[in-house]
Write a protein that binds this ligand. Structure first.
Ligand code: AMP
Ligand code: GLY
Length: 430
């Protein structure tokens, strides 16, 4: 039977969601996006070009087309309460309600919840609403801190002492953002992403992924939305011991149980960003959605029917038997405009060459008269899949190198050399 799915969002993540859904020929896609993503548009039966937070317009589009379920890609519509409104209109969603999405949208809420329920992996933290009090704390704290605005920042709002700022710079930054900050201990280790499908009670994990936040090769340069990511055939990462993986999974399960206990059950994708430290995994943050780029890694491996998973999530009877991922490696490489993230070269034409067996995911790109043009954000991504990391990397790298225009990508993502550096770092801090 046909299933009509509303997909909200127009980036690489949502292209991956749409592609995975369209593997089932019975799924009909209705897309809402602020800007036309050519990849999504080609797979969708109808497209509404509209701000993803314009809820009345979206609800009207959804009801007019009698969609059965919705998938919410980005965090902004979640924060605006889109799921609450869709549910009121009788449309169940893969995505949390506004109250449950606070796990991502309110960093102070997230830390306090972890503390209240004695959930492991919470770094030392303090919440401030006054720049003067934040200053005193920063100046007297013994060690480096991470300075985080309480609300949403598009993944670019965190400053780390000893990395981006010194003590004076940290004080200045806390003032600049108005004093509403979470200050937490600077964690040292290796980052990894654990995403899971959650139906309010049950949690089914996806393969581990590692993203690359820094703009340039060797992990230098400004922070970005994520330049690319990789995963391995065993769905693990060599610098995350099995026991640490189990701890991370337990933290996610405990968080889901805490949300249920507090009367705001969490349904949707739970994204755990962890720092694997010498004391085990600590939570850097939770997101209430798939990661971008991490969605492209995992959804490119999904072997079971995505629409069925969504049905089980919304009906609250999700089990591991509904979710299977191919045991392959993936490497995702984003092409971004030259100058990104600070001064991206926009409206520059680009041409894609022979991209072989890679999957192509469009992101922030404009298609005009058959030509693609850069916009301000990440342009498009390639995912290579292979029996080994080397194979996947070669596929992704060849595809990325086939693109001509004023764009760049990180050649080092998914290489053995980077993986070995991560493992060495983990051994050094142990
Ligand atoms: P976020 O916007 O919370 O994803 O943070 C962006 C980046 O800041 C993360 O990917 C980490 O690299 C870094 N970060 C955030 N919190 C901490 C912390 N407590 N210690 C060290 N690094 C952090
Ligand atoms: N890749 C990081 C994020 O989606 O927030």
């Amino acid at each position: 039977m046909d299933m009509k799915v509303l997909v909200v969002g127009g980036g690489g993540r949502e292209h991956a969601i749409t592609r995975a859904l369209s593997c089932n020929s019975g799924v009909r896609i209705f897309s809402v996006m602020a800007r036309k993503n050519p990849g999504i548009a080609r797979l969708a039966e109808r497209v509404l070009l509209e701000k993803e937070t314009n809820i009345p317009e979206i609800i009207q589009f959804a009801t007019e087309n009698a969609v059965d379920v919705a998938v919410i890609g980005p965090e902004a519509p979640l924060e605006a309460g889109i799921v609450d409104h869709l549910e009121a209109a009788g449309i169940p969603s893969l995505g949390p309600t506004r109250a449950a999405a606070r796990l991502e949208t309110d960093k102070a809420f997230c830390r306090r919840l972890m503390e209240r329920h004695e959930i492991a992996g919470c770094p030392d933290y303090r919440v401030f609403h006054d720049p003067e009090e934040a200053r005193q704390f920063i100046e007297t704290y013994d060690g480096d801190l991470a300075i985080k605005p309480i609300g949403l920042t598009g993944g670019k709002g965190v400053r780390i002492m000893g990395e981006h700022v010194d003590t004076a710079g940290a004080v200045e930054y806390a003032r600049e953002i108005g004093g509403d900050v979470v200050l937490e201990e600077r964690l040292i280790g290796e980052e990894f992403t654990l995403q899971a499908f959650v139906d309010g009670e049950h949690l089914v994990p996806m393969p581990l992924v590692q993203d690359h936040k820094r703009a340039y090769e060797g992990d230098v340069g400004p922070n970005t939305g994520g330049m690319g990511s990789y995963s391995l055939p065993d769905h693990m990462l060599p610098f995350v011991a099995r026991s640490d993986y189990e701890k991370a999974l337990r933290i996610m399960e405990d968080t889901v149980a805490a949300m249920q206990a507090e009367g705001t059950p969490y349904r949707g994708i739970l994204y755990g960003q962890f720092m694997n430290t010498r004391d085990g995994p600590k939570v850097i943050e939770f997101n209430a959605r798939f990661g971008d780029p991490e969605a492209m890694n995992v959804l490119s491996l999904l072997e079971t029917d995505f629409s069925e998973i969504i049905r089980h999530v919304t009906e609250g009877d999700l089990s591991p038997s509904h979710v299977r991922f191919a045991h392959k490696a993936t490497v995702c490489k984003y092409l971004v405009p030259e100058g990104y993230p600070e001064a991206p070269m926009t409206h520059e034409p680009l041409a894609i060459g022979d991209y072989g067996d890679a999957l192509l995911y469009y992101a922030n790109v404009e298609e005009r008269d058959g030509t693609l043009y850069t916009q301000t954000s990440r342009t498009l991504a390639f995912v290579g899949r292979g029996e080994t990391l080397e194979e996947a990397e070669e596929i992704a790298e060849k595809a990325a190198a086939s693109v001509s225009g004023r764009v760049f990508h990180r050649k080092d993502i998914g290489t053995r050399a980077v993986l070995e550096r991560r493992c060495r770092h983990m051994r050094e801090i142990a």
